[in-house]
Design a protein around this ligand. Structure first.
Ligand code: F3S
Length: 387
């Protein structure tokens, strides 16, 4: 692998042991995947931030590191809101450990925004090279923005943040970004909600595995693309997809689709995922809500009172942009929490059945929270949560 003079200095230990070890890790990863060089990155997004997922061993490893991030870097959601953890019902013992994890990342110069939607906080551009780890964020960056990132593991993304580079292989290279299968959605989807696109992603992810799908027959907006990609990354391992006439690479590039397998999808296959089962709580914001989604939830909850725990998750940056909308949501009794989500917070384990509007949450809640998950539109979530 070609390394420049700076890299050689780091490998020689001239910038400290942590950075040396981190670059060794990146070089080893690059060799495994056949990278010829490292590529500078615009930003990093680091998973492995919830104490629920990394535990004591992960905390000890983080605490042993000593270097500062050299590019903008944020954390993935953690197990609780940094400020309002008591209000969410997080136990003190867990909170102390989670705070220690956050403090360890802060010492490494990682911004304490804990979110799977870093693209709402910092402009990310077409063609930017990134080292992001959360699967829905990776899918959004690659597909909706046209930036370039592999799905990094937590240590790989942290190493990239501390070195400012990542191995140049996989989705960093144009030749690996071409469609590999066509998904032809046969029904009109004009009235589809984010939940419908999430359910489509749930269904398609199961069929395509890690191949790059090229969709025809749909025209989702950006929030709907976010839900579609998150779900495909959950039931499959889709880190990049294209939508004809919508996503930037599909608009800019005349892809050759001849010879690709083509799978038709009927709306009935999607609708059967919508089951009317009783639930004990509602959780919206997987991936974290955009400003538009918060506005929609506020509009739907206006004048209503929630009858069961009703969680809304968004990044602190999005919450801070519009505190009046957040107040309007909370007036109903619903709670808008930053930094965490229905999958990584241990609080959600107290419920037997949770209603979500996300295909990704539909896939993850059963395993991560040991609860039954029901999917519905935001409108359905509000109706069920307030009736
Ligand atoms: Fe984000 Fe948590 Fe969903 S990390 S994508 S809200 S499972």
């Amino acid at each position: 692998m070609q390394l420049d003079k700076d890299d050689e200095c780091i490998l020689a230990g001239e910038q400290g042991e942590t950075r040396q070890k981190m670059l060794e890790l990146l070089v080893a990863l690059g060799k495994v995947f056949g990278a010829e060089r490292l590529v500078p990155i615009a930003s990093a997004q680091v998973s492995g931030a919830s104490y629920k997922t990394i535990g004591e061993y992960g905390l000890q490893w983080l605490s042993s590191l000593d270097a500062k991030a050299v590019v903008p870097a944020v954390l993935n959601p953690i197990g609780m809101p940094r400020e309002r953890w008591q209000e969410m019902g997080v136990e003190e013992d867990f909170a102390r450990k989670q705070q220690a994890v956050v403090a360890a990342y802060e010492r490494l110069g990682i911004s304490l925004e804990c979110t799977c939607t870093p693209y709402y906080l910092r402009e990310t551009n077409f063609g930017d090279h990134l080292a992001w780890s959360e699967s829905s964020a990776v899918s959004y960056a690659n597909s909706v923005i046209g930036a370039r990132t592999n799905r990094e593991g937590g240590p790989g993304a942290l190493a990239a943040a501390l070195v400012g580079k990542t191995p140049c292989y996989g989705f960093h290279l144009g030749q690996n970004r071409k469609p590999q299968i066509v998904i032809d959605v046969r029904e009109g989807t004009r009235d589809w909600t984010i939940a419908d696109f999430g359910a489509l992603g749930y269904h398609v992810g199961e069929m395509v595995g890690n191949r790059i799908p090229y969709f025809t027959g749909i025209r989702p907006d950006k929030d709907q693309l976010k839900g579609l990609g998150a779900a495909m990354a959950a039931t499959g391992a889709v880190a990049l997809y294209h939508v004809a006439g919508v996503t930037p690479e599909a608009v800019k590039t005349q892809f050759d689709l001849a010879g690709l397998e083509k799978i038709p999808v009927e709306a009935a296959e999607i609708k059967k995922l919508f089951k009317e089962i009783p639930v004990e709580a509602v959780a919206v914001g997987c991936p974290h809500c955009s400003s538009a989604e918060l506005g929609e939830i506020a509009r739907l909850l206006k004048g209503k009172v929630v009858r069961m725990p009703f969680y809304v998750f968004a990044s602190q940056g999005v919450i801070d942009k519009d505190p009046r909308t957040v107040d309007a949501i909370e007036k109903s009794g619903a709670r808008v929490f930053a930094d965490t989500c229905m999958v990584v917070s241990p609080v959600m384990e107290q419920y037997e059945a949770i209603m979500v509007n996300s295909g990704k949450a539909l896939a993850y809640v059963p395993d991560m929270c040991a609860a039954v998950a029901r999917i519905g539109s935001i409108e359905d979530c509000v109706r069920v949560g307030t009736e």
